[in-house]
Design a protein around this ligand. Structure first.
Ligand code: HMG
Ligand code: MG
Length: 298
């Protein structure tokens, strides 16, 4: 049965821009975030607080968080790998944190330079800090169906890591198909395994669209009862630790799907399409949203 309402987590300003090679000004990032908030998106991942040596584009996240105007009711989330990042994020005024683990040992090592188990140890002080500050924390699991280094990933491992993040105190677990290899069959198998450990209403899907399966995978996830979807305006992005992986599913495409299914989301699709046009023009990139392009051509 399909849900009646879905929450969108916009990850474009972080996941979408983190891999961009050309310099992007703080003003441009801020305008993108403000446009997305004005369009009615209630959760926006606005940046990350990681080692700038590895992800230079996010080095200015402190400045972004300090400069952007805040819309009441909007959560401005920051991706943080450890205590150092969490402290920086809170000082800059993040209203939500996201920690990120993986269901693949090889990816964990490449991405955050430690094992899955060590990463969970590193997250403990982050959770304590956030708890003291009264800030909610979201947990990501990467490589939920496939890993760029290790190949296929067992749904049981995804379920275990999801459970561990929940036990640490995350309010929601976002399941990342980092390299977009899933299909409705493998995504459904994975969701069924995870739902044994974590209630379906605490799960989100975070699907990169490398093989063009993301919209089909979202429909399959909705049919399983998932009510939170991560997406990126204009389909921006990719992961610096997953070569060849394309951006997340485009927010505009997801909203068009939800509208067609009669599922509420509270977002102005036209305004998101305009934000997608704005950012892709500014970056000199093609707009990766099919729905966005169609709406703008009207
Ligand atoms: P490490 O080398 O193990 O950390 O890196 P360390 O604690 O040994 O510190 C080494 C150096 O990093 C030190 O600096 C620290 O100060 C610095 P030095 O003394 O050499 O000058 N450092 C930091 N600097 C700034 N902010 C910090 C921080 N922490 C340490 N928070 C670390 C571990 C995780 C920090 C590193 O590997 C890193 O930053 N990796 C980048 C990971 C990343 O951003 N990946 C992309 C995002 S994840 C993603 O896209 C997937 C997702 O979208 C879901 C999906 O699609 O599946 C979420
Ligand atoms: Mg991602």
């Amino acid at each position: 049965r399909l849900p009646t309402r879905v929450r969108i987590v916009e990850v474009g300003p972080r996941d979408g821009l983190q891999n961009e090679q050309q310099p992007i000004s703080t003003d441009l990032k801020v305008e993108l975030i403000e446009r997305l908030a004005n369009a009615g998106i209630a959760t926006i991942e606005a940046g990350s607080f990681v080692n700038p040596k590895w992800v230079p584009q996010m080095a200015g996240s402190d400045e972004v968080f300090r400069q952007m105007g805040r819309t009441p009711g909007v959560q401005y989330a920051a991706l943080t790998p450890n205590l150092q990042g969490a402290q920086r994020a809170l000082e800059a005024g993040a209203s939500e944190l996201a920690i990120f683990a993986a269901a693949s040992e090889a990816f964990s090592q490449k991405n955050i330079n430690c094992s899955i188990e060590q990463s969970l140890v590193r997250f403990k002080p982050v959770m304590e800090l956030a708890h003291t500050a009264g800030i909610p924390v979201r947990g990501y699991v990467s490589c939920v169906v496939g890993c760029p280094y290790q190949g296929e990933v067992e749904p049981q491992v995804v379920a275990q890591v999801s459970r561990q993040l929940l036990d640490l105190g995350c309010y929601e677990i976002s399941l990342g198909d980092t390299i977009g290899v899933g299909t409705p069959a493998s995504i459904t198998r994975m969701l069924d395994a995870v739902a044994e450990e974590v209630a379906i209403d605490l799960l989100a899907v975070h699907l990169h669209d490398t093989y063009g399966q993301a919209i089909a995978n979202i429909y399959a996830s909705l049919l399983r009862g998932v009510r939170v979807i991560d997406s990126s305006v204009a389909g921006l992005g990719g992961c610096p630790y997953a070569r060849g992986a394309s951006g997340n599913v485009a927010t505009e495409d997801v909203l068009y799907l939800l509208d067609g299914l009669g599922i509420e989301h509270g977002i102005n699709l036209q305004a998101v399409a305009e934000a997608g046009h704005f950012i892709t023009q500014a970056l000199g990139r093609p707009n990766g949203s099919r729905a966005g392009r169609a709406l703008l051509a009207k």
